[in-house]
Design a protein around this ligand. Structure first.
Ligand code: GDP
Ligand code: MG
Length: 439
């Protein structure tokens, strides 16, 4: 597993928290100290660690766990979300233009793992995007061509020519692969220079000559938070489309590298997890963090809590006598599932039987949700303005008739009236207190 050490420290922190008899401020602080230690040992930047723990502390103490969940669950869910945030946004999907030769320039400093990564990428792309080729332009280390050929075998052609000028090699190679209608061309480059300025000048000359469709920056995961400066330096010279962090297998500082790249604002597309062709993984902060924390049950917990939060928010609104179309949409969604809302509605005398008399048809409910989706936010918040031409527009937008829209509005009106008559605010508040939803 990638980032073994960080993973086991975080898991220990979570199970220690779970074992505590009482979750008070002291217990949360103890949990946070464990989390901080784990992250700092993983070389995550101190400032980032402090920010994260401050947020977890605030939320874990202030927010109220929805019914059926404990403060332990809440703290774990918040940690999961904040760690995901720390690792940046989910990278955009790799949409390549199917009608042309997509040129991908791979840059990075010497030793970061470019050549290895280019071979891995070629393997990855050729499984998904048709014909893939490689240009080997490292004139400082011409042996890198053999290194690639050894890795990809006959799977992918590798272009190279005997020249001292990388730009010449790139241009000739691209021309050839364009003519032969390749879908993807990956360019391996050299990354050695006496100084950073010289290196960046060279990067700019590559970029201007090749005019690539995508630039991928390779960063060595073992350098930890130093990755921040490297990502910044490259991004200031040429537009970096995405980053690949390598050597995460066994890199004690891998967490530091990943969070530093995210902090530098560059999306992480892939991670390298070994020296073989297959050791390349698409990076997604969500699933990465869930693995780090020990798998599916934490994601499951986070999802269930998110749903429960929505349900309680909806109940609070109803109790305050507010119920607009946006709420109605959420209500329709909840009606299809069993949850606290169900239980609550059953407890309101008369409401449960009334609801079952109304006979909601799931197909109809989905159509209603689609109709609400094609309304503006103003209309959802203030349904009384929906008349005449608005109804026509909404019907067109959701592919139904004006009659359908009117039926939805009518059912919304009925539901709203029912909520109001069945649930006097005082009665609702009592119920919610009983269920532990509000103080
Ligand atoms: P370049 O100089 O940037 O082209 O780097 P190379 O591709 O030649 O890689 C430098 C060294 O790092 C080689 O020994 C590679 O086998 C190794 N390497 C690259 N990626 C990984 C990885 O993800 N995991 C491990 N363990 N080693 C890697
Ligand atoms: Mg190389």
């Amino acid at each position: 597993m990638v980032l073994d050490k960080l993973s086991s420290s975080l898991r220990n922190a979570v199970s220690k928290l779970r074992g505590k008899p009482v979750i008070d401020e002291a217990a949360i602080m103890d949990f946070l100290r464990d989390v901080q230690r784990a992250l700092l040992e993983g070389d995550v930047n101190v400032k980032l660690v402090l920010e994260l723990s401050k947020k977890v502390k605030e939320k874990a103490l202030k927010e109220k766990a929805p019914p059926g969940f404990s403060r332990r669950d809440l703290a774990v869910k918040i940690l999961y979300e904040e760690l995901t945030d720390l690792l940046g946004k989910r990278p955009p999907s790799l949409e390549l233009d199917g009608k042309k030769t997509n040129v991908i320039l791979v840059v990075g400093i010497e030793g970061s793992g470019k050549t290895t990564t280019v071979a891995k990428l070629a393997h990855w792309f050729s499984k998904r995007y048709g014909k893939v080729a490689i240009i080997s332009s490292d004139v400082i280390r011409p042996a890198s061509r053999l290194q690639i050929e050894q890795m990809v075998g006959n799977e992918v052609p590798v272009f190279w020519k005997d020249s001292k000028d990388p730009l010449d090699i790139m241009k000739t190679g691209i021309e050839r692969f364009r003519k032969e209608k390749y879908n993807v061309v990956l360019i391996d480059t050299a990354g050695r220079h006496k100084d950073e300025e010289g290196l960046m000048k060279e990067m700019i000359s590559y970029y201007e000559t090749v005019k690539p469709d995508l630039v991928l920056l390779v960063i060595d995961g073992t350098i930890g938070q130093e990755a921040f400066n490297q990502a910044k330096a490259f991004a200031q010279s040429i537009p970096i489309g995405g980053v690949i962090v390598t050597k995460l297998d066994g890199a004690a500082k891998g967490g530091g590298a990943l969070s530093a790249v995210a902090a530098a604002g560059a999306p992480i597309y892939f991670i390298g997890t070994g020296e073989k062709l297959e050791d390349l993984e698409r990076f997604d902060p969500d699933s990465f963090v869930s693995r780090l924390l020990g798998g599916g049950n934490i994601v499951e917990l986070a999802k269930r809590m998110e749903e429960a939060f929505k349900e309680t928010a909806l109940l609070e609104k109803i109790s305050k006598g507010k119920f607009d179309l946006e709420d109605y949409r959420e209500y329709l969604k909840q009606l299809t599932k069993a949850g606290p809302l169900d239980k609550l509605l059953e407890m309101i005398p008369g409401l449960g039987s009334k609801l079952s008399n109304m006979e909601f048809d799931p197909k109809e409910m989905r159509r209603w949700m689609a109709i609400i989706d094609s309304m503006t936010m103003e209309e959802r918040r203030n349904p009384s303005i929906i008349r005449g031409s608005r109804i026509e527009r909404i019907a067109r937008g959701s592919g139904v008739t004006a009659k359908d829209v009117r039926r939805l509005l009518k059912s919304y009106g009925q539901a709203k009236k029912m909520m109001e008559s069945m649930s006097s605010p005082a009665k609702m508040r009592r119920l919610m207190r009983r269920m532990g939803i509000s103080e």
